[in-house]
Ligand binder design. Structure first.
Ligand SMILES: C[S@@+](CC[C@H](N)C(=O)[O-])C[C@H]1O[C@@H](n2cnc3c(N)ncnc32)[C@H](O)[C@@H]1O
Length: 261
């Protein structure tokens, strides 16, 4: 599918037998990169994740096969090894394979594992970064990831981990704001561990659900109360959780104008 606007940009060719690992961004199709749109228009086969917005899939070449590879309805997601093998298999068939992942493929997206499998198989690949939910979500909630008078560093961290998990006391000791992915279920324990590590219970918290989509909702709270407040709310994941003084800026910078949940 040729798009005159994209053709004028002299973007790289999506060659048969090549796999592109592409970030779909956090949800709002307006946050898609031009390279991601180019890939969607060219791909023969798209392997996509659960959090990829339907409006973005709708931009794909109508002839492309769309294969779901995420978690849905509480059913277990396909094993990562199987997804990587599938990408290799499709690439070996000489297809233009688009692996479409929410946010950025290399930020808590397991894109590195897929890239390693492609290297091992000797298949050519390209990585197209996307805007990660951990930065776009706060921005759409009126929360700058860094603010000169508030922080000189910011930490992106997972609330779910294959190993022992993050050292919450060490993270608390940095006093840098934390931006949490996949922390919905663990929030109570994480909030307690951060307080045990020295963060005051009145530290600001913002929980940003369905960030950048028309369904976006935000709950503001404190470290001491956030687990209880979230439990009492009707909110649901996916969510990005911001912990630290930057979250207070939402009070004045809520440019989207949607009131707190
Ligand atoms: C497996 S991680 C994928 C992260 C993704 N690679 C990125 O860069 O945004 C899934 C987690 O990302 C976060 N997430 C992704 N999209 C989101 C959205 N639109 N709103 C809120 N959180 C989102 C949630 O914390 C979710 O549990």
């Amino acid at each position: 599918m040729t798009d005159p606007t994209l053709s004028a940009l002299d973007l790289p060719a999506f060659n048969p037998g090549c796999v592109w690992l592409v970030g779909a961004g956090p949800g709002d199709p307006g946050l898609l990169t031009l390279l991601a749109l180019h890939a969607l228009r060219q791909a023969d086969h798209i392997v996509y994740d659960a959090l990829v917005d339907d409006r973005i899939l709708g931009l794909a070449n109508p002839a492309a096969v769309k294969e779901f590879a995420g978690k849905r309805g509480g059913r277990p997601s396909p094993a990562q090894e199987d997804i990587s093998l599938r990408l290799v298999e499709l690439g070996r068939q000489g297809l233009r394979v688009l692996r479409l992942k929410a946010g950025d493929p290399f930020v808590f997206g397991r894109g590195g594992e897929e890239a390693l499998a492609l290297v091992a198989a000797g298949l050519p690949f390209r990585v197209v970064p996307g805007i990660t939910a951990g930065l776009a979500g706060p921005a759409y909630a009126g929360i700058p990831a860094t603010h000169r008078t508030a922080n000189q560093a910011v930490i992106l961290v997972t609330g779910q981990s294959a190993g022992d998990g993050p050292d919450w006391a060490a993270l608390a000791a940095t006093r840098a704001p934390l931006i949490l992915y996949m922390a919905w279920r663990g929030l109570g324990g994480i909030a307690q561990a951060l307080q045990d590590g020295g963060l005051p219970p009145d530290t600001a918290v913002a929980v940003i659900c369905d960030a950048t989509t028309p369904r976006q909702r935000v709950l503001t709270s404190t470290l001491g109360a956030c687990a209880r407040d979230l439990g009492a709310s009707d909110l649901a994941p996916p969510a990005i959780i911001v912990i630290g003084a930057i979250a207070e800026l939402r009070g004045t910078l809520n440019w989207l104008g949607v009131a707190d949940a």
